[in-house]
Design a protein around this ligand. Structure first.
Ligand code: URA
Length: 235
């Protein structure tokens, strides 16, 4: 397919505008700047970038957000036949996979896609994607313990990096903290609270980078908006 058509179908701009963009030298095919109008690209094999960011045909990829219910396993197939996050998805004509994982007893924002490159980037520690959780514990924490969580705690095999920790609610002898971490170690938030002598009773992920769970009901999915897709695919 012609390069300007490929770009237009990917949502860059009209074909005529895409020709102007090509002539300005901002487009590369397989790392080489291409200025020749009428250049052909193989949409399956060629990597086309605009300002060094990959551009992709629309419709090829699916990006979904699920409000994962408690009591579901983040896996495609569970040998123990428990309910999986895949059981929560609507019927799709594309095969999608969860991006990262949430514990069986954790609810909240879980992404799914068939865009393997983006999924890899999202979970790669290099990008330090912030993840925000609401963690409810019995009782409360001393200021000293909150400070420890903020500065980094030893969770056994790992010392956590600085985290944002805010007490958002305290009632009926329970406290809820909003905690934002950069890493994604196994059971990290639960282990962080354990390290200061507290057990998380309820854990919910409410944000993943700039993506917000908002008021998406438990067990429901929605497709990401154009802006959200742009955000995660232009990493
Ligand atoms: N931290 C946890 O402890 N559990 C999760 O599911 C996610 C982060």
């Amino acid at each position: 397919m012609r390069l300007n058509k490929f770009m237009a179908l990917s949502g860059v701009d009209s074909r005529r505008k895409c020709d102007e963009i090509i002539l300005s030298g901002r487009v590369r095919v397989n790392a080489r700047v291409v200025k020749k109008l009428g250049t052909q690209v193989d949409e399956e094999r060629d990597l086309v970038t605009l300002d060094n960011k990959p551009i992709r045909l629309k419709g090829e990829y699916v990006y979904l957000m699920l409000n994962k219910p408690v009591g579901t396993v983040t896996t495609v197939i569970d040998p123990q036949h428990r309910r999986t996050v895949m059981d929560c998805l609507p019927k799709l004509d594309k095969r999608v996979y969860p991006v990262g994982r949430l514990d069986y007893n954790t609810s909240g924002l879980l992404l799914f896609t068939n865009d393997g490159d983006t999924a890899q980037k999202l979970i790669h520690p290099k990008y330090e994607f912030e993840k925000t959780y609401l963690a409810t514990i019995n009782g409360t924490l001393s200021n000293e313990s909150i400070e420890k969580l903020r500065n980094g705690v030893d969770i056994g095999d790992f010392v956590t990096s600085p985290a944002r920790v805010i007490l958002v609610n305290s009632a009926h002898n329970q406290s809820t903290f909003e905690i934002t971490i950069h890493e994604g170690k196994n059971r990290q938030v639960r282990r962080m609270f354990e390290s200061v002598g507290s057990e998380v009773q309820v854990l919910k992920r409410i944000a993943y980078g700039k993506l917000q769970l908002g008021d998406l009901p438990v067990g429901k999915t929605r497709t990401l908006t154009e802006d959200e897709i742009k955000y995660i695919t232009s990493l």
